[in-house]
Design a protein around this ligand. Structure first.
Ligand SMILES: [Zn+2]
Length: 159
């Protein structure tokens, strides 16, 4: 599997790159492209900007600004929420989660595949069900099987 990377989007007025230290490496190819094409961009390396500050920063940008977010889960999630609040739509920004090993699972609750952090207990990216990841790898699905923990299942039945 190749490393996830950003896709360069043509024709934007300005490019904003926001990363933490783990995400800075992943924007290097992008910066090379931007420099080569002499496009206006700003790159911020920061840790833990507050969501409200981030929303303010994003709303004060020129219309036609494109945003790239790369880093740890916290930065990516704060950034995504702030981008939505600042009025950015899904086709005006990209996110990249780095520094966290990911694995493919098959959720037996919604019967869909999802990419989740490599842990024993995860949340299904599709149906948001809490799941226990097993060691059973399905060659057909190319994913590990994940089940709703027994205790939760019992709880659901008695509700
Ligand atoms: Zn699911």
């Amino acid at each position: 599997m190749k490393n996830p990377s950003f896709t360069f989007v043509e024709g934007k007025r300005k490019y904003l790159l926001y990363t933490d230290h783990t995400g800075s490496e992943s924007v290097e190819p992008l910066i090379r492209t931007l420099l080569h094409r002499r496009l206006p961009f700003e790159w911020h390396v920061a840790e833990g900007m507050k969501e409200a500050d981030m929303t303010y920063w994003l709303s004060s940008q020129t219309i036609g600004t494109y945003l790239y977010l790369a880093g740890k889960r916290e930065l990516v999630e704060t950034g995504r929420t702030a981008a939505y609040e600042a009025g950015y739509s899904d086709d005006e920004f990209q996110t990249l989660l780095v520094g966290e090993p990911m694995t493919r699972i098959f959720c037996t609750v919604c019967e869909q595949l999802s990419l989740v952090p490599k842990k024993a207990q995860v949340i299904c990216a599709q149906c948001k069900a809490p799941l226990s990841v097993t060691d059973h790898f399905s060659p057909r699905l190319q994913a590990y099987l994940a089940y709703r923990p027994i205790s939760l299942e019992t709880k659901v039945i008695t509700e």
